[in-house]
Structures are given as structure tokens and as C-alpha cells.
Write a protein that binds this ligand. Structure first.
Ligand code: NAD
Length: 309
């Protein structure tokens, strides 16, 4: 599949700020259009776009002759619990606008990351398959599950090439995380590098799946370029690199910073973490589009530290 004009929504966020240069390097700068509702860039390609504004979405896709979209605009889990109405508007109505405009303009690909947030307390805890009990208890999870179904619906009903993958917690150093429940991992590494102790908002044994940003970018590209004939799933691929508890990360960091200490004071995010699985079965992504993460806990921590220093 060739991509001529790529729109990235939510480009100013944790993933977008790395995906834009990553795609620009591969496809060429003039073919990638970063967009966001907030503008904190001098990039001449930048499009100021609120995805909840249907008319603006249609105009932008038409004006820039967009043929593929990485739809990252979203309100994440912890932020979504503070403002459920906004989470609903952005995560559901925003996606709806993107899907509608994409059908109208014959867009060739709409790739929307989903999340482990679609799972809930009734989901099995370990090695969770794609098809399982998914009764999310957060507005974020509910909207992301609906987003998966909307993508499948637009594919079945209108032939739109909607794709998506369920990211675990993403660890990265270039941009601050956007208000998710796994943000503690990034905060803990940053504090350790700064020589400070850390107060963790999750319990020490809250095991969650994680992935380092280079693997996340690579998996987005692989799924985008995957042969359609190989895909048995579309919008709901599980992907994961490693699972870790806050305590295990603390101990890993102590290998570099001997005096580093973490205190554990769980807040409202503990309830969210408790509803998510500890590990995922990513075999469908491996079989259908050669998903292959390179970073484990040790190499992620090492690489994060070397860049943050
Ligand atoms: N970062 C993670 O750990 C993680 C994990 C699982 C899934 N995801 C998914 O990946 C995608 C991107 O996540 P992220 O971490 O980059 O999030 P982020 O919060 O860092 O960035 C989201 C961006 O969307 C923008 N945005 C918000 N409302 C908007 C609107 N109305 N119109 C246009 N833009 C708007 C924000 O300004 C922000 O720049 C989301 O779909 C998220 O659910 C992320």
C-alpha cells in the first residue's frame, strides 16, 4: 500500500510527537500533515484541527487530499475519569467524524490505536487473548471499545480500511505522557535520573503490560503496511513487549541509582489499574503482520536513562 498524504491527528501528544518525525523520515516531510487541537509548534505543515468539529475534519481531509490517517487524538484514562464528557466527545464523536469524512473522501487507511483500557475487572488477568470478556469500567475504556467496534463497522458496511491495535502502557522520553494510568513508569524513571525519590500512585504489585516507544512506532507502521489478505482481525490487535510492576521497575532503576527509593501511595488510578490485565497474548499480531518488539524491561530502562541523562 502506498501513502501519498498522511494526516496525523493528536500529533502534539506522546505518540504523535514521535510518530510525525518517524513517518516524515520514511515517507518524506511533504507527505505528512501533523494536526492537533492545541498548537505548540512552528512546523509549517501543522494543521489546527479539532476532531470534534465535523466540518473542519471534512475540509482538512479534502483540502490536503489526505489518503491515510493515523488518528491519535484522544483523552486518555486518568484524564477521561476527570472529564468523562470530554472523553466521550473526543474519543467517540471525534472518531465518528474521521470515519465519516474518510468514507466520503475515499481515504485508504484509518489507523486508530486502541488500549488495554478496553478490558475490565471480569477480564482474565494473564495472557489475555483478543476475544475475551471486555467490560471496561472507565469512560476511556468504554469509548476505546466502541472505537474498535466503529472501525469494524465502517469496514464491514462501507469497505473502509480501518485498523487498530491495543497498546499497553507506552514508555518514552521525548514528550510527556498525556494523563494515562501507566504514566507512573515514565515519571519514576525521570525522577530516578534526576536523583530524586518517587511517590508512586499505584501499588507496588500492580502488574501491567508495557512497551517502549520505538516498538510502538514500528508496530503502527507494520500494521499500516500489512497485506490486507493476511488480516483476520482489524481494529483490536493485542500488542505488548513486557509486563512489569512498579516494584520491579524500582528494583531495575536501583541497579543504576543505588539510593533511589519509591514510596507507594495509590490514588484513584489504582482502581483503573486493577481493572486491567497483567499480560496480553499478542500472537495474532505476530501471525498477521509480523509484530516483533525489540525492547524488554532492561533495555527500555537502559535506553531511557541514557537519553534522559
Ligand atoms: N500513551 C499510551 O500509553 C497509550 C496507551 C494505549 C493507547 N494509547 C492510545 O494512543 C493514542 C494517542 O495517545 P497519546 O499517548 O499520544 O495521547 P496524548 O494525550 O499524549 O495525546 C493526545 C493528543 O490529542 C490531542 N487532542 C485532544 N482533544 C483533541 C481534539 N478534540 N482534536 C484534536 N486533537 C485533540 C491532544 O491535544 C493531545 O496532543 C490514543 O488513542 C490513546 O488512546 C496510548
Amino acid at each position: 500500500m502506498t501513502f501519498e498524504k498522511i494526516l496525523v491527528t493528536g500529533a502534539g501528544g506522546q505518540i504523535g510527537s514521535e510518530l510525525v518525525p518517524f513517518l516524515s523520515e520514511i515517507f518524506g516531510k511533504d507527505r505528512v500533515f501533523p494536526s492537533d487541537v492545541r498548537s505548540n509548534t512552528t512546523d509549517p505543515r501543522f494543521i489546527n484541527l479539532d476532531v470534534t468539529d465535523k466540518t473542519s475534519v471534512e475540509l482538512a481531509i479534502d483540502k490536503y487530499k489526505i489518503d491515510s490517517i493515523f488518528h491519535l487524538a484522544a483523552i486518555l484514562s486518568a484524564k477521561g475519569e476527570k472529564n468523562p464528557e470530554l472523553a466521550y466527545k473526543v474519543n467517540v464523536s471525534g472518531l465518528y467524524n474521521i470515519l465519516e469524512a474518510s468514507v466520503k473522501n475515499k481515504v485508504k487507511l484509518v489507523l486508530t490505536p486502541s488500549s488495554i483500557g478496553i478490558f475490565g475487572p471480569d477480564t482474565p488477568k494473564e495472557n489475555v487473548p483478543i476475544e475475551t470478556i471486555a467490560r471496561p469500567v472507565t469512560m476511556y475504556g468504554i469509548t476505546k471499545l466502541m472505537a474498535e467496534h466503529l472501525g469494524n463497522y465502517y469496514h464491514a458496511r462501507f469497505g473502509l480500511n480501518a485498523r487498530g491495535l491495543r497498546f499497553p502502557g507506552l514508555i518514552s522520553y521525548k514528550s510527556p505522557p498525556g494523563g494515562g494510568t501507566t504514566d507512573y513508569s515514565i515519571e519514576m524513571i525521570i525522577e530516578a535520573v534526576k536523583g530524586r525519590n518517587y511517590k508512586c500512585f499505584l501499588k507496588e504489585d500492580s502488574k501491567l503490560p508495557m512497551m517502549y516507544m520505538p516498538d510502538a512506532l514500528d508496530s503502527l507502521l507494520k500494521l499500516a503496511e500489512a497485506e490486507d489478505s493476511r488480516l483476520k482481525h482489524r481494529t483490536d490487535f493485542n500488542v505488548t513487549s513486557f509486563s512489569v510492576t512498579p516494584k520491579e521497575l524500582e528494583l531495575e532503576l536501583r541497579k543504576y541509582y543505588r539510593s533511589f527509593e519509591v514510596t507507594y501511595q495509590p490514588d484513584f488510578r489504582q482502581r483503573i489499574a486493577d481493572s486491567w490485565p497483567g499480560s496480553l497474548d499478542a500472537s495474532a499480531a505476530v501471525q498477521e503482520w509480523d509484530f516483533h518488539p525489540n525492547y524488554d524491561l532492561r533495555s527500555t530502562t537502559e535506553d531511557m536513562i541514557s537519553h534522559l541523562k
